[in-house]
Design a protein around this ligand. Structure first.
Ligand code: AMP
Length: 319
C-alpha cells in the first residue's frame, strides 16, 4: 500500500502515520524527520535546510525530491510506504508521479486530514507540553510565531494539492477534528474499501481470461462432432469405392488385401482432418466395407469358376 498523508501542521499526520504503519506493515517516510536527522548529522542537505526549517519556510523542491527518490528505492519500502509531509508543493507532487511511473508503482490513496485552523495552535501547544513532560527535545519550529508561518506556507503551497489529487480521484478527506481513535477507524474504513476494490480489479482480468479460455474450449468441443461427422462421411464415401479396388485384390487374397486397401483409404482422408476417434470410426466403417467387398469378390470368383466349369462341361459334352 502506498499512501500520502496530507494536512496542515498539527493535524495529526505523524500520529496516524505511526498507527497505519503498524496496521499495514509499511514504512513511514517523513521528510520532516529525514531533514531533522540531516540537520543533526550536519550533512550538506542538513546545512541547506537548517535555517529554512527554523524559520517555518519550505526547503527547496529539488532537495526533498532527491531525498525521497533515493528512499523509496530502498528494500524496506518495497511493500509500501506512507508519506508524511511530502509532497508539499505541486512540483513535488509532479516529481513523485514521475518517480512512481518510472518504477512502475502506483499510489493507492491520498488521505487528507481536514482540521479547523483555530484548533491547530492548541494542538501544537499540547504536543510541546507532552514532549517536555517526557523529557524530549522540543522542535525549534513548534512555537506560536513559527507555527503561523508554517500554516501560511501550507495554505499557499500545500493546499493546492487537495485539488491536484481530487482531480486524479485519489483524495480521501477525513474529519481530523475527531478523536485519534475515531480518525484511525475512519481511515481504516476507507482504506479497506480501496483494498477490496483493488482485489476485485485484480481478479477481473483473471476471470475474463478464464472465461475466454472456457469459451474457446466450448467452441472447439462444439466443432469436434462436426469434424468427426465429416470424416466419417468421407470414409463412408471412400469405403463405397473401396470394394471395387478391394475386389481386384480379393481374387488373390480376398479379405486381407481388401481390408488393407480400405484401411489405407480411411486413414488417408481422416488423419489430417479428424481426431483419433474419427479415424477409428472411419477405419471400422472401411473394414466392414472391405469384409463385405472381400466376400462379394469371393462369391464373384466362385460364380465365375462355376460358370467356367459349366461352360467347359458343356463344351466337352459337345465334343
Ligand atoms: P514537518 O515535520 O513535516 O512539519 O516538517 C518540518 C519542516 O521541514 C517544514 O516546516 C519544512 O521546513 C521542512 N519540510 C519537511 N518536508 C518538506 C517538504 N516536503 N518540502 C519542503 N520542506 C519540507
Amino acid at each position: 500500500m502506498r499512501l500520502i498523508l496530507l494536512g496542515p501542521p498539527g493535524a495529526g499526520k505523524g500520529t496516524q502515520a505511526k498507527l497505519l504503519v503498524e496496521r499495514y506493515g509499511i514504512v513511514p517516510l517523513s521528510t520532516g524527520d529525514m531533514l531533522r536527522a540531516a540537520v543533526a548529522a550536519g550533512t550538506p542537505v542538513g546545512l541547506k535546510a537548517k535555517d529554512i526549517m527554523a524559520g517555518g519556510g519550505l526547503v527547496p523542491d529539488e532537495v526533498v525530491v532527491g531525498i525521497i527518490a533515493d528512499r523509496i528505492l530502498e528494500p524496506d519500502a518495497a511493500q509500501g510506504f506512507i508519506l508524511d509531509g511530502f509532497p508539499r508543493t505541486v512540483p513535488q507532487a509532479e516529481a513523485l508521479d514521475r518517480l512512481l511511473k518510472e518504477r512502475g508503482l502506483k499510489l493507492d490513496a491520498v488521505v487528507e486530514l481536514r482540521v479547523n485552523e483555530s484548533a491547530l495552535l492548541q494542538r501544537v501547544e499540547a504536543r510541546v507540553a507532552q514532549m517536555e513532560a517526557r523529557g524530549e527535545t522540543v522542535r525549534i519550529d513548534d512555537t506560536p510565531e513559527v507555527l503561523s508561518k508554517r500554516l501560511a506556507a501550507y495554505r499557499a503551497q500545500t493546499e493546492p494539492l487537495v485539488h491536484y489529487y481530487s482531480e486524479r480521484r485519489a483524495l480521501l478527506t477525513i474529519d481530523g477534528m475527531m478523536t485519534i481513535d475515531e480518525v484511525t477507524k475512519e481511515i481504516e474504513r476507507v482504506l479497506s474499501a480501496i483494498v477490496a476494490a483493488e482485489k476485485r480489479a485484480k481478479a477481473a482480468p483473471r476471470k475474463a481470461r478464464e472465461l475466454s479460455k472456457a469459451s474457446k474450449v466450448a467452441k472447439t468441443a462444439a466443432k469436434a462432432p462436426v469434424k468427426a461427422d465429416k470424416a466419417v462421411k468421407k470414409q463412408a464415401a471412400a469405403a463405397k469405392t473401396a470394394p471395387k479396388k478391394a475386389a481386384k485384390k480379393a481374387s488373390k487374397k480376398p479379405s486381407k488385401a481388401a481390408a488393407k486397401g480400405a484401411k489405407k483409404a480411411a486413414s488417408r482422408n481422416t488423419a489430417k482432418k479428424g481426431g483419433k476417434k474419427a479415424v477409428k470410426k472411419a477405419a471400422k466403417v472401411a473394414n466392414k466395407a472391405a469384409r463385405k467387398a472381400g466376400s462379394t469378390a469371393k462369391k464373384a470368383a466362385k460364380k465365375h469358376a462355376k460358370s467356367r466349369s459349366k461352360t467347359v462341361k458343356r463344351l466337352t459334352k459337345r465334343r
